[in-house]
Design a protein around this ligand. Structure first.
Ligand SMILES: [Zn+2]
Ligand SMILES: [Zn+2]
Length: 240
């Protein structure tokens, strides 16, 4: 029910991608320079890549955990590094939640390596679509920067001047607002990647000392490879 309400956010996100792209292509038709065509093609390519990543992140299974327990009383102790952690069974899904699995109240299921639930894609961001989500942030931020620069240059070099620059000014304002918001979110995600931490773990301060973090390079590699954390079971044998 909640997911269906978020379809409006997805459509809005898609409009915020496509409308500036198409508007730029229309506005740049007033330029007499031969650069008009490659600049329009770049704008269209950005719009296509952003749309693909948005839909991929939205429809991709984020890492939904399947039911593997019928009883809620089968805890397990795992060792990671020098520390031991207790695993619990989700009371709703009956799945054994490893240290990075958490229940999403919007989707109402457990997600492996849950980062957060994103209404803009109407989906959880988890182990299987987190990289695409970060790529979406990278490309939409670059897209906003591109539109900001190109529209500013076109305003300066339009020959002859069109009389008013209303369209370009609106596009520049949209690019600044979107670019700033996306860049802030991207910066936060890159910080978390460098620490091998999820948004859920960071906001809820789940660990006094992050047991997954090693070096900067290893943390980044682990993210782009989505390396599965290796636990050693200290008690019981409750692997799914
Ligand atoms: Zn659950
Ligand atoms: Zn969710």
């Amino acid at each position: 029910m909640k997911i269906s309400k978020e379809i409006g956010y997805v459509l809005l996100a898609e409009m915020l991608i496509l409308v500036p792209s198409v508007s730029h292509i229309v506005l740049s038709s007033r330029i007499t320079s031969p650069m008009r065509i490659p600049l329009s093609i770049i704008s269209a390519v950005f719009g296509f890549i952003d749309t693909f990543l948005l839909l991929y992140t939205s429809f991709k299974n984020p890492g939904r955990c399947s039911k593997c327990f019928t009883s809620e009383e089968q805890p397990a102790i795992v060792e990671l590094g020098q520390e031991t952690f207790s695993l619990k069974v989700c009371p709703t899904c009956k799945t054994l939640k490893d240290l990075r699995t958490h229940h999403c109240k919007v989707c109402d299921y457990c997600v492996d390596r849950l980062d957060h639930h994103c209404p803009w894609v109407a989906n959880c961001i988890g182990r299987h679509n987190h990289r695409q989500f970060v790529l979406l942030l990278i490309f939409t931020t670059l897209h906003s920067c591109y539109l900001l620069i190109v529209n500013s240059l076109e305003m300066a070099f339009l020959d002859p001047p069109p009389g008013n620059y209303g369209g370009e000014i609106i596009l520049i304002i949209i690019s600044v607002v979107l670019g700033w918001s996306l860049a802030s979110l991207l910066g936060y995600q890159l910080y978390l990647i460098s620490k091998n931490m999820t948004t859920h773990e960071h906001r809820r301060k789940l660990f006094k000392k992050n047991p997954f973090s090693t070096t900067f390079c290893s943390n980044c590699m682990a993210f782009w490879k989505m390396t599965k954390e290796q636990y050693k079971f200290a008690q019981n044998d409750n692997k799914c």
